[in-house]
Design a protein around this ligand. Structure first.
Ligand SMILES: Nc1ncnc2c1ncn2[C@@H]1O[C@H](COP(=O)(O)OP(=O)(O)OP(=O)(O)O)[C@@H](O)[C@H]1O
Ligand SMILES: Nc1nc2c(ncn2[C@@H]2O[C@H](COP(=O)(O)O)[C@@H](O)[C@H]2O)c(=O)[nH]1
Length: 199
C-alpha cells in the first residue's frame, strides 16, 4: 500500500469506463456491523471487503491481514503523512484507517467495495465520495447494544464504557446517512442491506 492515488470525488471517471461503487456500513460498536458484513460476503463473494489498518491490539483469534493490518502508532502516523489512507479516525484511543490504493483499484476495476467503519471515517467518505451509498446500522435499543458488546466478551470494562459513551453520540448522527437499518432480527436486517445494494 505504498503508491498514492488521487482521491476522486466520484467513482465515475473517463479513465474508469466500468466504475464500481463504494458502500459504507457504519453504526455504533457492537451493533452487528461485522456479523452482517460476514454474512454479506458469504452470500455475495463478488463484493470486495476492505481490510482496515489499526493500532488496536489483536483480539483472540484475529489474524493480521484478514481482520485488520495491525501496526503501531508511529507507523500509522507515518502512513497518514504519506497520504496512504482514504479515510482515518481515532476511535476510543486507537487509530483506524482504510488503505487508499487497494480500494481505488477495486472501484476502478468495477467492484462493489464495502467499508465497515465508524462515524468520523464515514463522514469523510461522504465528503470525498458523494456517490457512495452509506448505510447506518442502528440497535433496537441502547440496552440491547450494551448486551451485544458484553456478549462478545472481547473488550475490557474500560473499553466497553468508552464504546458505549461514544455510541450515544454516533446514534444521533444516523440521519446523516442515506439509509438507516435497525439490526433487531438479524435476517431482516441482512435482507434490508441486500435490498439497498442490489435492488
Ligand atoms: N441481530 C442480532 N441479534 C442479536 N445479536 C446480534 C445481532 N447482530 C449481531 N449480534 C451479536 O452482537 C455482537 C456484536 O456484533 P459485531 O461484533 O458484529 O458488532 P460490530 O458492530 O461489528 O462491532 P465493532 O464495530 O465493535 O466491530 C456479536 O456477538 C454478534 O453475534
Ligand atoms: N474510520 C474507520 N473506522 C474503522 C475502520 N475499521 C474499523 N473501524 C471501526 O472502528 C470501530 C472499532 O472497531 P473494533 O474492531 O475495534 O471493534 C468499529 O466501529 C469499526 O467499524 C477504518 O478503517 N476506519
Amino acid at each position: 500500500m505504498i503508491q498514492v492515488l488521487p482521491i476522486q470525488s466520484s467513482a465515475t471517471t473517463k479513465e474508469s469506463p466500468n466504475p464500481g461503487r463504494l458502500i459504507v456500513l457504519t453504526g455504533p460498536s457492537g451493533v452487528g456491523k461485522g456479523t452482517l458484513m460476514r454474512s454479506l460476503l458469504q452470500r455475495h463473494p463478488q463484493l470486495y471487503y476492505s481490510v482496515s489498518v489499526t493500532t488496536r491490539s489483536p483480539r483472540p483469534g484475529e489474524i493480521d491481514g484478514k481482520n485488520y493490518y495491525f501496526i503501531n502508532r508511529s507507523k500509522f502516523e507515518q502512513l497518514i503523512a504519506e497520504g496512504e489512507f482514504l479515510e482515518w479516525a481515532e476511535f476510543t484511543g486507537n487509530y483506524y484507517g482504510t488503505p487508499r490504493e487497494a480500494v481505488l483499484n477495486q472501484i476502478n476495476s468495477g467492484k462493489l467495495v464495502v467499508l465497515e467503519i465508524e462515524l468520523e471515517g464515514a463522514r469523510q467518505i461522504r465528503a470525498s465520495f458523494p456517490s457512495a451509498l452509506s448505510i447506518f446500522i442502528l440497535p433496537p435499543s441502547f440496552d440491547e447494544l450494551e448486551r451485544r458488546i458484553r456478549s462478545r466478551a472481547q473488550d475490557s470494562e474500560e473499553a466497553i464504557a468508552r464504546r458505549l459513551h461514544r455510541a450515544q453520540e454516533e446514534i444521533k448522527a444516523a440521519d446523516e446517512f442515506d439509509i438507516q437499518i435497525v439490526n433487531d432480527d438479524f435476517q431482516t436486517a441482512l435482507n434490508d442491506i441486500e435490498a439497498a445494494l442490489f435492488e
